[in-house]
Ligand binder design. Structure first.
Ligand SMILES: NC(=O)c1ccc[n+]([C@@H]2O[C@H](COP(=O)([O-])OP(=O)(O)OC[C@H]3O[C@@H](n4cnc5c(N)ncnc54)[C@H](OP(=O)(O)O)[C@@H]3O)[C@@H](O)[C@H]2O)c1
Length: 217
């Protein structure tokens, strides 16, 4: 498995549930984590709440400082944020976990994305970055729950750069209980993002925080 020693991880929108949850797990695993936000003060407060040496700063600042950058902002702000950080993110692994979903009385549903998926939108906006799609189905509630020692799910990792997807699989496995599984090329990210709507339906019906496991590998 790929070694992650010494790699720092920034999380854009790391003040939100998902970003903070991932940051907490990576910090607990001993990685240098940098929380990003539109506000340096909000970032620092989130970093302080995580502890374990986490730092904080404005999104552009942490994007420039980190080796690996996770995008954890709502789909509405995704494209504009990445367009503004093209320089800072050049040459880096950029992990997109954004699920373009709408919600109405019937629950969650997948939104159409012109580029095919949020991850492909990221790749289109960031031609000089190594975009990988991952962490779409991990529940932020579970990541933040101190009673959960092991997170029981596989993380599907998609991308067109083998070394980058191997690195992200290794990063996923820094979370105890998680297995990182290669899930195909970036052009197949749409259905992985959209599947989150089904998982949300499962969670609502069964009052759960469901995860996926891939069998026979
Ligand atoms: N929640 C989950 O369980 C979960 C699971 C898997 C994937 N995801 C995906 O992860 C992403 C984040 O989810 P979340 O629940 O953490 O969302 P969130 O709390 O609504 O937003 C995360 C952070 O994004 C920043 N933000 C909000 N609007 C923005 C905009 N227009 N432009 C730039 N930054 C903006 C905010 O930080 P500042 O105000 O500090 O800048 C906010 O704290 C979503 O795309 C979601 O689909 C979530």
């Amino acid at each position: 498995m790929t070694e992650l020693n010494g790699l720092s991880i920034a999380i854009l929108g790391g003040t939100g549930d998902q970003g903070k949850g991932l940051a907490r797990r990576f910090a607990l695993a001993g990685h240098q984590v940098l929380i990003g936000s539109r506000s340096a003060q909000r970032a620092q407060e989130a970093a302080d709440s995580i502890g374990a040496g986490a730092g904080g700063g404005e999104n552009a600042d942490v994007a420039a400082r980190a080796d690996i950058v996770i995008v954890a902002v709502p789909y509405e702000g995704h494209k504009a944020l990445l367009e503004s950080l093209r320089g800072e993110l050049a040459g880096k692994i950029v992990i997109d976990c954004v699920n373009p979903l709408g919600f109405d009385k019937q629950g969650a549903y997948a939104l159409p994305v012109e580029e095919g998926s949020a991850a492909q939108q990221a790749a289109a906006v960031l031609p000089d970055s190594r975009v990988v799609a991952a962490f779409h189905h991990v529940s932020a509630v579970v990541l933040m729950d101190p009673a959960v020692d092991k997170v029981d799910l596989d993380v599907l990792v998609l991308g067109d750069d083998r070394e980058a997807t191997d690195t992200v699989r290794a990063l996923a496995e820094a979370i105890p209980g998680v297995r990182g599984v290669y899930g195909g090329r970036l052009r197949n990210a749409h259905q992985v993002e959209a599947l989150t709507a089904n998982i949300i339906s499962v969670n609502r019906r069964y009052k759960a925080h469901a995860g996926l496991r891939i069998t026979d590998i």
